[in-house]
Design a protein around this ligand. Structure first.
Ligand code: PEP
Ligand code: MG
Length: 535
């Protein structure tokens, strides 16, 4: 009998599994690189492969919609957009016409170029796009070379691979996968988000060698551990954890339609953080009371021109209609060089970002404000301003909001009033929250940035992760002060940073008097359960 081997990776999606490993090897398949003379034929081959890829993505989108909800089906719409992207197509075309490359080579070269650009970005969300590009390239090359993805297994396994694309994952019967162990990918990669929705535990950053194929393994998606050839004691321990988990996830569904109220009667609203319409579906499926934070950055990424008022309006209206009457909080643009937007700066987190861009570029801000005022006709819309540090900034915003309102009135376009919130995510804002409270209808505390700026630690620098401490008393005192000042002025406070989903601090936040917590859709039910169990 082999000795147990323990591998430590990172948690991708929670949950446990015990089963046999299936190590999926892609091999070192390299598409044929052929220097061609007849460029027209290769252009035609590429065009028809592209059409076939778009068709198969539509099918994948439908299949996913049925299995994992509309939110996850969006992944495949994003991939269709890559196939239609002008820069992507031009680069492939130039490779064929000027580089005399065959279509497979042209696709793999262009995809590598864009993959490297995205995978080098600091923002995890943008990096996740790199995996989409890889997925699209694989699909095109498989079509061009006539080689299909085959995953032929007869019983449920723990699937280990260097990487897996979302489309590969949905082609496999989810009953057949107990867990995923991937070498590449982040918690934000689409394949991981998809696995989480289907309920498959994922460990990232572990390379399982082909020699382990068929061996027994235990996967701990919570801690990121992979045990190969586990001993009997460990297997027993995980068998009971798996049983407990099954019972627990069924029980959690009871909280979908329930309010989060402590035993002593304190109600805490539980809202969702989303980044587009797809998140709204998942948030509603998990019983959110509203959307506490819509990160509108999705409107600005991957494009060369700024979104028009009409584009803003249509995107926000769709979300508002979907939420049928529930409060939807839209945060205005919060981008900067830290998220690959604008010119590179020395200290991007402290640079031209968020409200600073909006206040110096009204041609970016006003169309967004107008789009939001128009969307307000269709439901309960609130606007949230990020990175506020002063009363003056709020005065400038008020002037611009009036200007947006006046323009719509003069043009005879339907619009409505909105509630306005301030993000408290700089120490300065927390310290003057007594003054700011009179300039807004609510506060939303962004603990991710509040921690970063209070402790002077770059939140994106993984080498400093152990110093990034959101429980620091300095941060908690600022949260308490903000809540106290808000309540004195009669306004409510939501926490929308990651701390809101941290069950180890929920009791303390409620004791401080927080009115609402806004968390990712996947965290809603557990948070409600915990709140209902508190005294
Ligand atoms: C925060 O800073 O806590 C926050 C919610 O905003 P983001 O993470 O988008 O900066
Ligand atoms: Mg922030």
């Amino acid at each position: 009998m082999s000795e147990m081997i323990e591998n430590k990776g990172r948690s991708g999606a929670p949950g446990y599994a015990l089963g046999r490993l299936f190590v999926y090897e892609r091999g070192s398949y390299r598409p044929p690189h052929i220097r061609i003379k007849d460029t027209d034929i290769e252009l035609e081959r590429f065009e028809s492969a592209k059409e076939a890829a778009i068709e198969s993505l539509k099918e994948a989108s439908e299949r996913t919609g049925k299995r994992a909800g509309a939110a996850n089906a969006e992944i495949f719409k994003a991939q269709q957009m890559i196939l239609l992207d002008e820069d992507y197509n031009v680069r492939i075309g130039v490779n064929i016409v000027s580089g005399h490359m065959n279509a497979e080579w042209a696709v793999s070269e262009a995809s590598r170029y864009f993959y490297e650009r995205f995978s080098g970005m600091r923002d995890e969300g943008v990096r996740a796009k790199a995996m989409d590009i890889k997925d699209v390239a694989n699909r095109l090359i498989r079509i061009l070379t006539g080689t299909e993805f085959v995953f032929d297994i007869k019983e449920p396994v723990i699937l280990a691979a260097s990487y897996l694309s979302p489309s590969e994952l949905v082609q496999i019967d989810s009953e057949m996968i107990k867990a995923l162990v991937l070498l590449e990918g982040s918690a934000y990669s689409h394949v991981v988000i998809l696995a989480k929705t289907i309920g498959i535990p994922v460990v990232l950053g572990v390379d399982v060698c082909s020699g382990s194929n068929g061996h027994e393994a235990v996967i701990d998606g919570n801690t990121g551990q992979v045990f190969i050839d586990p001993d009997d004691g460990l297997k027993d321990r995980y068998r009971s954890l798996i049983d407990e988990e099954k019972v627990h996830s069924l029980k959690l569904r009871d909280y979908i339609g329930r309010d989060a109220v402590t035993k002593s009667g304190r109600k805490v609203s539980v809202y969702a953080n989303i980044s587009g319409i797809s998140g709204a579906d998942m948030a509603l499926e998990n019983g959110c009371e509203g959307i506490g934070l819509t990160r509108t950055e999705f409107m600005f990424l991957d494009r060369k021109t700024m979104p028009s008022e009409e584009e803003h309006f249509n995107a926000y209206k769709d979300i508002v209609l979907k939420c049928s009457g529930k409060r939807v909080v839209f945060r205005t643009l919060d981008l900067g060089a830290d998220k690959g937007f604008g010119e590179i700066e020395e200290n991007p987190a402290l640079g031209r970002r968020a409200i600073r861009i909006c206040l110096t570029n009204s041609e970016i801000f006003i169309p967004q404000l107008k789009g939001l005022l128009r969307a307000a006709v269709y439901g309960d819309v609130a606007i949230l301003y990020p990175m506020i540090t002063s009363v003056d900034e709020m005065r400038c915003i008020a002037d611009l909001l009036n200007e947006a309102d006046d323009e719509l009135t003069r043009a005879g376009v339907m619009h409505d009033s909105v509630k306005q919130g301030i993000m408290i995510e700089t120490p300065a804002a927390a310290m003057i929250s007594d003054e700011l409270a009179h300039m807004a209808d609510f506060f939303s505390i962004g603990t991710n940035d509040l921690t970063q700026f209070s402790l002077a630690i770059d939140r994106q620098n993984k080498d400093l992760a152990r110093f990034y401490n959101p429980y620091h008393e300095g941060v908690l005192k600022m949260i308490a002060l903000t809540i106290e000042n808000a309540h004195k002025a009669g306004i409510e406070v939501t926490i929308c940073g990651e701390l809101a989903a941290d069950l180890s601090i929920t009791k303390r936040l409620i004791d401080m008097g927080v009115d609402a917590l806004s968390v990712s859709p996947a965290s809603i039910l557990q948070l409600k359960e915990l709140i209902c169990s508190l005294d």
